[in-house]
Design a protein around this ligand. Structure first.
Ligand SMILES: [Zn+2]
Length: 297
């Protein structure tokens, strides 16, 4: 009798403990969308071309012009479609870049930019079930003009931004390569200011990793895909492969020591998780990727 009671009590205790351990978010997923919660294969990553750069010199990246023959960088955008929401990661060059066909050259710097099709136009053509007006979460690796190009077009997205970058935007601060007009609309919309790493959907699959230094609120994105495995979208932690190999920090960088610390932090996470590492601006890598409407899962 006593044994039975003890067993019963242990059973209740175990049930209570298990219930307490189960994350609230998982429970919510189960009730909201049982089917989606049953398989994490439903996290999908789409990759888009959101512009291209050509540089007359790479010295601004702290790389000698004789150290690499690479002069072109790609500007990608990514959309992560998760059962709990759709996240845009990095917003490309300003959409107006697409108004002029072919390469446009800045007469002062000699830097050329090109955008063959805006992200919104690509999304409407592809009919993926979402476009810039229905995406409900947006995060940019940082506020440089080549990463927030579509920000103002995200009319229904909550902006996830690290405090350092947010304060530049909110207080009218200046950092190199930042154009306040590109964030004028999104800053009026719902915004979640972050103080470090953040698990976007509460299930560990999509995580913003604070990697301060390139700007005061630079971050990278860790995504766990069921088939592809873990992936690190590294923002502007590096621009060239040589930057990663030799820990080169570009001239247009807010805090070199913080950037070096961020490199250590992100590289440690990559080593620990075995994540595939994508240097976002790497045009040679980009050529090997599956572009939308295809996707990674
Ligand atoms: Zn960039």
């Amino acid at each position: 009798m006593q044994t039975k009671t003890t067993a019963l009590i242990s059973g209740i205790l175990l049930a209570v403990t298990l219930a307490a351990l189960r994350p609230a978010v998982a429970e919510e997923l189960q009730t909201q969308n049982g089917e989606a919660a049953a398989t994490d294969a439903s996290v999908q990553l789409y990759v888009f071309n959101c512009g291209d750069f050509r540089f007359p010199s790479v010295e601004n990246f702290s790389i000698g012009d004789d150290e690499t023959t690479v002069r072109e960088l790609v500007v990608p955008c990514y959309i992560i479609d998760h059962p709990r929401g759709t996240l845009l990661w990095d917003g490309g060059l300003p959409a107006a870049t697409a108004n002029i066909s072919g390469w446009q050259r800045d007469p002062e710097t000699g830097v050329q930019v090109r955008m063959q099709q805006t992200l919104q136009s690509q999304l409407l053509d592809m009919d993926l079930g979402f476009d810039l007006t229905s995406i409900n979460l947006a995060a940019f690796s940082h506020i440089h003009y080549d990463h927030v190009g579509v920000a103002n077009e995200l009319t229904n997205a909550k902006w996830l931004v690290q405090r350092g970058d947010y304060e530049v935007v909110a207080k009218g601060g200046t950092v190199p390569a930042y154009d306040p007009a590109l964030l004028a609309e999104i800053k009026k919309r719902p915004t979640q200011v972050l103080d470090g790493d953040y698990d976007v959907f509460g299930d560990g699959k999509v995580r913003l990793i604070s990697a301060t230094g390139h700007t005061p609120g630079h971050q990278v994105l860790y995504v766990e895909l069921a088939d592809f495995g873990p992936l690190m979208l590294s923002g502007d932690l590096y621009h060239f492969r040589l930057s990663r190999d030799q820990r080169r920090v570009p001239m247009f960088n807010v805090d070199k020591n913080q950037t070096l610390e961020a490199m250590d932090k992100v590289e440690a996470l990559v080593a620990e998780t075995g994540a595939t590492f994508w240097i976002e601006h790497d045009a040679a890598l980009f050529e090997t990727l599956k572009l939308a409407p295809n996707f990674y899962r």
